[in-house]
Design a protein around this ligand. Structure first.
Ligand SMILES: NC(=O)c1ccc[n+]([C@@H]2O[C@H](COP(=O)([O-])OP(=O)(O)OC[C@H]3O[C@@H](n4cnc5c(N)ncnc54)[C@H](O)[C@@H]3O)[C@@H](O)[C@H]2O)c1
Length: 334
């Protein structure tokens, strides 16, 4: 029997999303949740109950205090977006590996500071963009990257969610805490997966944005031209009914991939439209388990690293700028 290296994990931000991390991290052999930091007593209590932790587990209102007192090996950050930068930097400074929820940070300048800190410390930082570990998107990436269906000509992707109504008055619609609106919230998943599947650099973006009657973006229509010549239309619809709905289409020289309501279809010159069976897709993985594997050296490549976080915010900032100016802008990738 092998004994796994013991990893002590603390949580910063213990709301709704953190509980899922708490449950999956606890299932990893040799991992112990040693402390929680969140200013909300309700969130702390609900987290303990939901994850099945002892009521006596140490809790802190302040993350800095927790890091100093507990000295964990790793942290999971699931706080409001505008606080990610502070929480990531203080955790890395405290010598902790970091699993931060998306978006990594909310400005390009912050992303570059995080990258420098990760390089300086040599610690791992994984971002919660779980689509990198989904069989469906891994399959799409493999088809595109292998060139099996030739070069990409056009991508269309949209995402909708009942975000405007559900988040009224909450931190997600606060310009600082939300770090932007729906484009940098759920929309950041779509931007991230687009860039990851294509592995191409966006050259120009033209975005039109409607905030409705709040301070941050709710509806975004954006067109992108990539350095490969591929064109792309993205729609982020933050005023819809229901949970996240996502469609994704990739047209290549030799065929196309269509992701519709969770099902993936492949079309080639001959043979019509065929649903891709699960057996043809790579195996998926759980991001919390992957984070621990990275720390233990059981996995050498970080599948969702800091560069992914930088690329998302570079394109997002360019889209905000384009919408403000009312004209296409070059994406600054420096
Ligand atoms: N990957 C995904 O699919 C996914 C899904 C949902 C949420 N998320 C991400 O998870 C994060 C949290 O979202 P949520 O839905 O759980 O929100 P939430 O509002 O349920 O939880 C946020 C928590 O952060 C706490 N908090 C506020 N200020 C804090 C501080 N200074 N220090 C520590 N904690 C603080 C709040 O009290 C609250 O408990 C966000 O980054 C969000 O984008 C990711």
């Amino acid at each position: 029997m092998t004994t796994k290296q013991k990893i002590n994990v603390a949580f910063i931000g213990c709301g709704g999303n953190a509980r899922g991390h708490g449950r999956s991290v606890s299932r990893v052999e040799g991992v112990e949740i040693v402390a929680l930091a969140d200013p909300s007593e309700n969130s702390l209590a609900a987290f303990k109950e939901n994850v099945g932790l002892d009521a006596s587990l140490r809790t802190y209102a302040d993350s800095g205090e927790m890091l100093a007192a507990v000295n964990p090996d790793a942290v999971v950050i699931s706080s409001p977006h505008g606080l990610h930068f502070q929480h990531i930097m203080e955790s890395l400074d405290a010598g902790c590996h970091v699993h931060t929820e998306k978006p990594m940070v909310c400005t390009v300048s912050h992303a570059k500071q995080v990258i420098a800190k990760v390089e300086e410390t040599g610690l791992h930082l994984l971002i919660g963009y779980q689509r990198h570990l989904s069989p469906t998107y891994q399959y799409c990436r493999q088809v595109v990257q292998s060139g099996a269906l030739g070069p990409v000509h056009f991508v269309e992707a949209h995402q909708s969610q009942n975000w405007y109504r559900n988040q009224q008055g909450k931190w997600r619609q606060d310009p600082f805490l939300g770090g932007g609106g729906q484009l940098n919230d759920s929309g950041s998943h779509l931007i991230d997966i687009l860039l990851w599947v294509l592995e191409a650099s966006p050259d120009t973006v033209f975005a039109m944005i409607d905030n409705l009657d709040i301070e941050v973006d709710v509806l975004t229509a954006m067109s992108i031209k990539f350095d490969t010549g591929a064109l792309c239309n993205i729609s982020i619809v933050g005023h819809a009914y229901g949970g996240v709905q996502e469609d994704f289409s990739i047209w290549m020289e030799g065929g196309a991939l269509y992701l519709r309501a969770g099902k993936l279809y492949r079309q080639e010159k001959e043979g019509g439209l065929v649903e891709v069976p699960a057996a043809d897709m790579p195996e998926g993985a759980n991001k919390d388990a992957v984070f621990i594997e990275l720390i233990r050296g059981e996995r050498t490549e970080n599948p969702i690293g800091v560069e992914n976080g930088l690329r998302v915010i570079q394109l997002t900032e360019a889209a905000w700028e384009s919408a403000k100016l009312g004209m296409p802008v070059k994406v600054d990738l420096r």
